[in-house]
Design a protein around this ligand. Structure first.
Ligand code: ADP
Length: 494
């Protein structure tokens, strides 16, 4: 079906957006529905981009049944055979990266170049896991008697439900689909209601890549209705979730009641620690990418900037110069560094954090003014504040926007105490030239991931994930594959 995009004031009229349907079940696209339409809006201006037929409980149940029916044949294929459509899907995503990037920017807002890199990054998971599954090995353990062998093997689990967020609508979905499918599971995916189009485009690719019908199914609809149907379905053995702590907690509880495996990747309040011996130019450079990409809407975006006293003046000067030079605007405009936030409620939260910081004695170092010529209900000027009270919201809660509080610290123990004073434990960053300190500090940080002199965690070969309230389970690397496999041991006697 062809969905008409509304004309755009700055850019002229966007091309018509052709998608094959609203949901994909048992190899069929759904083009009409009894359910209310799912509206997708452009975060830059709130205009309606499309309306899609949405999936309700009945279609979600049909998707689970399709996945269960496809499981025996898909799981019985060899690892090499399963790799064929996954590798082809990788190729198609690379070919269609520009098209998918534009779709993502229209529904999510991020700058086009970031959207394109995200499509390519997500695609890499398909290639990596298509190969890695061929190396998925078990072990043979000596038995107690001469004729006994104990063989430990890894096997797929069955139907996996993948529930994904809007901030990285392509990569978060592919990071789940690729290992789940490579391992031999079948899938029902539910993307965020704000960004279903990126998921639909990925499923078009899977269809064109020759993935057998029913192996991967997509349902776009109301989160509570679809979520309830997924949680209630006995065939769903595993729920893999990325999103808010609140929903993750609910899914963990519901999964526990039904003895489903639930893996959750939740939020973080990432500290970014700069020691006085660090390469300050490098630290600023990396901070810009980590904090202001995706307008700060990332679970590993630095939420607290901790700078050692001796370096504070120079670092602040360099940082403020860079932050003030960021271009805020539509993601489709050339030269935009920071796009709109996903919706007005997201802007309200950042504003609340800024107002609370200022009310508690904080002062603005950079930004802090409304975005010139832009809708201040949708865009937020990149801002740095300092002298923030210890109990300020911006230090305790995930801001998920382009606002950063700068704090000073005296020494290593003080930096560690500040960084570890959090329930979250996802990503942390350390900048130093001292190798001894690198090990001392990195190992003492209560975080699932620590980047030293770097600022990214999204590597296909590495286990992304957090500890404490930031989640349970890993995505990426060998550990990411194992999340989608059960162990079986065979006690063999001859
Ligand atoms: P955010 O607050 O960042 O939007 P959410 O946790 O609400 O994060 O969303 C992450 C994903 O969880 C989305 O796909 C969303 O639709 C889904 N979701 C939200 N509520 C529920 C629910 N009750 N059951 C299942 N999935 C849900």
């Amino acid at each position: 079906m062809t969905i008409t995009s509304r004309p755009d004031a700055d850019q002229g009229t966007f091309e018509r957006l052709a998608v094959r349907g609203g949901s994909y079940v048992a190899g069929q696209w759904l083009t009409s529905s009894e359910e209310p339409l799912l509206a997708v809006h452009d975060p830059a201006d709130g205009q309606l981009v499309t309306e899609l037929p949405s999936a309700g409980a009945a279609l979600t149940t049909a998707a689970v049944e399709a996945a269960a029916a496809a499981y025996p044949a898909w799981s019985a294929l060899s690892a090499a055979e399963r790799g064929v459509p996954l590798r082809r899907a990788h190729e198609l995503l690379v070919e269609r990266a520009d098209e998918l990037a534009l779709v993502m920017t229209r529904e999510q807002g991020k700058p086009l170049a970031e959207a394109r890199s995200e499509v390519l990054w997500g695609a890499e998971y398909l290639l990596w896991y298509a190969e890695e599954i061929r190396r998925s090995q078990g072990v043979t353990v000596p038995g107690d008697g001469p004729g006994q062998r104990i063989e430990v093997r890894r096997r797929p689990r069955g139907v996996v439900a993948c529930i994904t967020p809007w901030n990285f609508p392509s990569a978060m979905l592919l990071r789940k689909l690729a290992p789940a499918l490579a391992a031999g599971n079948t899938v029902v995916a539910k993307p965020a209601e704000q960004t279903p189009l990126s998921a639909i485009k990925i499923f078009e690719v899977l269809e064109d890549a020759g993935l057998p019908a029913g192996v991967a199914n997509l349902v776009c609809g109301d989160p509570v209705v679809v979520g309830d149907a997924l949680c209630g379905a006995p065939q769903v053995r595993h729920i893999s979730f990325t999103g808010s702590t609140e929903v993750g907690r609910m899914l963990l509880a519901r999964g526990a009641a039904q003895l489903k495996k639930v893996t959750v990747e939740l939020g973080g309040v990432a500290p970014f620690i700069v020691f006085a011996d660090a390469d300050l130019e490098l630290a600023v450079e990396r901070l810009m990418a980590a904090k202001y990409a995706n307008a700060g809407q990332s679970c590993v975006a630095p939420n607290r900037l901790l700078v050692q006293d001796e370096a504070a003046a120079e670092f602040t000067e360099r940082l403020c110069a860079r932050v003030s030079s960021l271009q805020v605007g539509r993601g489709t405009n050339e030269g935009t560094d920071v796009g709109p936030l996903i919706e007005s409620a997201a802007v309200d939260k950042v504003r609340r954090h800024l107002a609370d910081a200022l009310a508690g004695g904080g002062r603005v170092l950079a930004g802090g003014t409304p975005p010139a010529g832009l809708d201040e209900g949708r865009f937020f000027t990149p801002t740095v504040v300092t002298d923030v009270a210890r109990d300020a919201l911006v230090l305790r809660e995930e801001t998920f926007g382009p606002l950063l509080p700068l704090e000073q610290f005296t020494d290593e123990p003080a930096a560690l105490a500040a960084a570890n004073a959090s329930d979250s434990g996802l990503g942390a960053y350390v900048f130093t030239r001292d190798l001894g300190r690198t090990h001392r500090v990195a190992e003492a940080l209560e975080y699932g991931m620590v980047a030293v002199n770097d600022a990214s965690f999204g590597y296909v070969q590495a286990p992304f994930g957090g500890i404490k309230h930031s989640g349970d389970g890993r995505e990426g690397g060998q550990d990411g594959l194992r999340e989608y496999q059960d162990l079986q041991y065979l006690n063999i006697n001859f």
